[in-house]
Each structure stands twice: as C-alpha cells, then as structure tokens.
Design a protein around this ligand. Structure first.
Ligand code: B12
Ligand code: SF4
Length: 489
C-alpha cells in the first residue's frame, strides 16, 4: 500500500496494525509461577487483598481493584493555567485493564486535591491496590498517602523517576510495599498477577521491596521494545479537567511518540532515567493514536510528552506528513531542543501545517552558566529557534535557570538579559534542584540547602548560596522570578 497517499478515510485500513493489542503482543503476560512461590510475603502476615465493597466498582469478577493516582500536593495544585493528563498512569491503567483488573484514576496533582480529600476518595473507592506516581517534589506526599493506605490494608505501589532511583532511601521508612523501577507497563501487570496469586515478588523483574528489614531489588527489566502499541485507559479520564490555557475550553490529551532522550544533559532526571537511550514509535501508530483521540474522545489539543520527539529527523517528518494527510484538526504542543528547531528551519511550515502550535525549548540547566564555544553555540540556538517559530506562526516557551551555588548578581542580570534576548512567548525562571540521581549531584549535592524534597520544585532555592552576602542575590533572583514571568500564550 502506498502510505503516502493515505487520507482520513483510510484510517481504519492502513493503521489497523496499530490497534491496541497489548495482551496479544505479550504485554500483561502472566508472571511465571515456579519454585520459590512459597517465599515469605513482603506484605507480611495478615495483609490480604481486601474484600469487595458492593457497588463501588462496576465490573464484577474483575481480577483486582486498582486505584491509580498522582501524589496529592501539600503545596497546592501545579502552577500554570494548563492541566496536563497523567500519561504514565493512563498507560499503566491501560495495561492493568487489559490484564483484567478494574481500574480507577485520580489526579490530585492537577486538581489540587489535598491529602485528606484524596484519602476520603480512596477510602470510598476501597481499592485492593493503590498505585501512586510521583515526581521528586511530590514524593513526600505520595509516601504519606501510601502510609495511610497501607494501614487500611491496601497494597501500595509507587513508580516514577524518584521511586526508580531512591527506593533504598524510602522503603526502610515504611508505608510503601513495592517500588517499580523504570517503565511500568509490563512490571506492574506482572506484579498484580503475582499479588493476586500470592506468588513470590522477587520473581518479578523491575521491582524493589522490603523484606525482613532488607531492601530487595529484583532483576533489571529491559526497556519496552517495540513501543507499539502502548496500552492507554483513556476511558478512565475525566476530560473536563484537561485543557490547554492557550486555547480556553479545549480538550487536551497527551501522547508520547518516543521514550528516552539521547542528549544526556548532566542535570536532567530524564537523562539519568533513560541512560541516554531513545526509542521512537512508528509514525503510523502515532497517527492512529491521535486519530482515535480526535474521533473517540473529541480531543482538540495534544501535548507530546516525549523528551525528544524530533530527534530522529526522518521519523519526525513522516509523523508530520501523516498528520497533514489525515487533517485531524488537532493542535500539537511539544518540547524539543532549540537546535532541532533550527535544524528544521526549512521544514517549519510543515510543522505548522501538521498542527504544531506551541514549542517548549528543553535545555540543560547547567548550560546556563557554562563557558566556552560549545555553550555559546547552544545558547545561540535559543533566540534563533524562538524567532523561526514565531515566523511560522508558532509560540514558544523556555526556562531560565538560577539558584546555582555560585550565582552572582551579575549572572542573574545576564539571565534576565538572556531571557529578553530570546524573547519567548512564555519564560519560566526556576531554581535548579540538586536531584540526587543525576551527574550534577556531584557538583550541587554538597551545596544542597535541604533534603526536604517538597522544596525541589523549582520555585525556591534548594541549593545554598556560598555566603550570607549571596543570599541577597537569591532574594533578588526570587524577585526577578516573581516579576518576570510571561503569561501563557
Ligand atoms: C506532564 C509533566 C508534568 C505535569 C504532570 C501532570 C500530571 N497530571 O501528572 C505537571 C505540570 C503537574 C508537572 C509538574 C512538575 N514537573 Co513534570 N513533567 C511532566 C512530563 C513532561 C511528562 C510526564 C509524563 O507523563 N511522561 C510520560 C510517561 C509515560 O512517563 P512517566 O511519567 O515516566 O511514567 C512511566 C514510568 O516512570 C513508570 N511510572 C510512573 N509512575 C508510576 C507509578 C506506578 C505505580 C508504576 C508502577 C510505574 C510508574 O511507568 C510509566 C509508564 O512506563 C515530564 C517529562 C517526561 N517526558 O516524562 C516532566 C518531569 C517529570 N517533570 C519534572 C519536573 C522538574 C516538574 C516540576 C518540579 C516543575 C518543573 N520545574 O518543571 C513539577 C513537580 C510537581 C510535583 N509536585 O511533583 C521533571 C522530573 C522531576 C523529578 N525529578 O521528579 C521531568 C522529568 C522534566 C524534566 N526533564 O526535568 N510535570
Ligand atoms: S534536558 Fe531535555 S534535552 Fe537534555 S536530557 Fe533532559 S530531556 Fe533531554
């Protein structure tokens, strides 16, 4: 079939192989039983999967009742007028549903639902397993929620970037039964199967748990390959929550067209998480997913949650061409490197025609203060990318980083001038966080002002200034942050 001539009406034929078939492809396959299944349960004596409360769940005879949630933020909802869908949990719930479990989805990080309300909602739902996704700043709140849930007899599972790296720190503190390390679709499905059968979790690759005071880390699970198709429980989403501020009232979804990032920036959690690897999904499957979101769920705007959607230039062009052919009327928001925007200077008209409307420029915080030719070239791409995007009718967004141990008033001034020179439509000024799992930890770690992870959210300094005098600079920097925020497009 000549795919280049596909039109909207062809969608059911040429994209058919991309229809969701997670179980058939081996995702969600049952964990193998075998010797060792009688091993002591990390859930401990008396921790049994709870009884069904009639009426709370629609599907009778489901394997397990599993609630998925983001961490209830103690510092209020995420800032910004846009509410982003929790894509990781949507994929995980899709995988769990495909394996026969009944799932519900809560998203306190978007709604600002605090811990008491989250507890109440979860108690009403009465799940047997609670799966919590948390970024580092949300982790203390996630842990508190889990501690409560565990005391209620609910099995608690955490995942995400913090859980993947820091399990040996938090597992001994209690409250969390399992940490899933890395991508969760296969691991969670196997873990749920294991829980249901009361099997030995040490046979499930990609998890960590406490057993008899020791932290057990099971075998490493390879990255998902291939990435097509990915399960997704869009049926669980409360669509009224997700809208893009740039188009008031719009229905916003998220898609990841790839996983990983090859750029290896020293202070980026994603580089640490993916070990600088990158896997792309096929243009056909990406187009199919977008077409389904449009046709079935009435989605008008899609955020690409990839770290590097445009990295493979050829694949990116194919995705864009497919979208132009399909003419879905969906607008796209994405994050990429300024260099890749500049690389595509001659193709930006195609970006726009395919629906790209807003582009975030992703950059290593350390790039801000680096000296020398390489850093200059990297920084020069920024204003060029902004101007190219603007010239093609797209808006842009960039983050400017401060809060380094050697910040000076002069440098903060330079930062302000840099932001003005770049002139993006949205500029964020954020304080760098000393993520304990990135290579930058070696430089920033000794200056960490706190290990209270709630404060690692970019809105306040988490790295100590070198002297009392320099705390004035930080004060100045915070004022800069307060006054200089552009409003969303
Ligand atoms: C969307 C997003 C947000 C949204 C989240 C919306 C929501 N409703 O959940 C909002 C705007 C709220 C947000 C806020 C922040 N974010 Co943010 N965000 C992202 C972004 C772009 C996408 C997340 C996503 O859905 N990814 C796609 C899914 C498929 O991947 P995933 O989430 O990793 O999930 C997989 C695995 O991790 C695992 N998994 C994840 N959770 C769980 C849970 C369980 C139980 C299991 C089994 C497995 C599992 O399985 C999933 C499927 O394989 C990422 C960058 C990225 N590309 O991931 C940054 C990112 C996660 N955010 C980041 C940061 C820094 C922040 C902020 C501090 C603000 C800021 N300065 O940008 C705040 C912190 C908020 C808080 N209180 O914790 C950092 C990492 C932070 C960290 N070290 O933990 C990232 C990596 C960006 C970056 N490159 O720096 N963010
Ligand atoms: S900062 Fe952006 S470009 Fe660099 S590794 Fe992280 S996600 Fe990739």
């Amino acid at each position: 079939m000549d795919r280049t001539r596909a039109t909207r009406s062809d969608i059911g034929s040429f994209l058919a192989p991309c229809r969701f078939a997670w179980v058939a492809l081996g995702g969600g396959r049952p964990a193998s039983r075998g010797a060792g299944s009688e091993a002591a349960s990390p859930l401990g004596e008396g921790r049994v999967i709870g009884a069904v409360r009639p009426g709370a769940w629609s599907k009778r005879g489901a394997e397990l009742r599993v609630a998925f949630t983001t961490a209830p933020p103690s510092r209020g909802a995420a800032d910004g007028a846009t509410r982003w869908a929790p894509l990781g949990l949507i994929h995980l719930a899709g995988a769990a549903q495909a394996a026969g479990h009944e799932c519900v989805l809560l998203d306190p990080v978007s709604t600002g639902m605090g811990l008491p309300e989250a507890r109440r909602r979860i108690a009403d739902l009465d799940p047997q397993v609670l799966c919590v996704s948390a970024m580092t700043p949300g982790f203390p709140d996630a842990q508190e929620l889990c501690r409560w849930a565990q005391a209620e007899g609910i099995t608690t599972v955490v995942g995400g970037i913090h859980a993947s790296f820091m399990y040996s720190e938090f597992l001994p503190q209690g409250g969390i039964d399992f940490a899933v390390v890395g991508e969760g679709e296969e691991t969670l499905t196997e873990l749920l199967r294991c829980l249901e059968r009361r099997d030995d979790p040490s046979r499930v690759a990609g998890v960590a748990f406490s057993l008899g005071g020791r932290t057990v880390r099971t075998a490493r699970r390879p990255h998902l390959a291939p990435l097509d198709p990915l399960p997704a429980a869009w049926d669980l989403v409360d669509w009224s929550l997700y809208t893009w501020a740039g188009r008031p009232g719009s229905r916003l979804a998220a898609v990841a067209t790839s996983r990983g990032c090859p750029h290896c920036c020293r202070s980026c959690p994603q580089a640490a998480s993916w070990e600088c690897t990158w896997r792309g999904r096929s243009p056909d499957c990406v187009a199919y997913e977008l077409s389904q979101l449009r046709a079935v769920h009435g989605v008008e705007v899609v955020a690409l949650f990839d770290d590097a959607p445009t990295w493979d230039a050829q694949r990116w062009v194919e995705i864009l061409e497919r979208l132009v052919e399909l003419d879905l009327g969906v607008e796209l928001l994405l994050w990429t490197r300024a260099e890749e925007v500049v690389r595509d200077a001659d193709r930006l008209a195609l970006w726009r025609r395919a629906g790209v409307r807003h582009v975030g420029l992703c950059r290593d915080p350390e790039e801000e203060w680096e000296e020398g030719r390489v850093a200059e070239v990297a920084r020069a791409a920024g204003p060029r990318a902004v101007s190219l995007l603007r010239g093609h009718g797209m808006t842009s967004e960039a983050t400017f980083w401060l809060g380094f141990p050697d910040d000076t008033p002069a440098r903060v001034g330079t930062l302000r001038s840099r932001a003005q020179a770049w002139d993006p439509d949205v500029a964020h000024f954020r304080f760098v966080a000393p993520w304990p799992y990135t290579p930058a930890w070696r430089t920033l770690g000794p200056h960490a002002a706190t290990r209270d992870y709630r404060r690692y959210d970019g809105t306040e300094p988490a790295v100590k200034p070198p002297s009392k005098k320099s705390s004035k600079k930080i004060f100045f920097a915070r004022s800069l942050l307060a006054v200089s925020r552009w409003s969303p497009p």
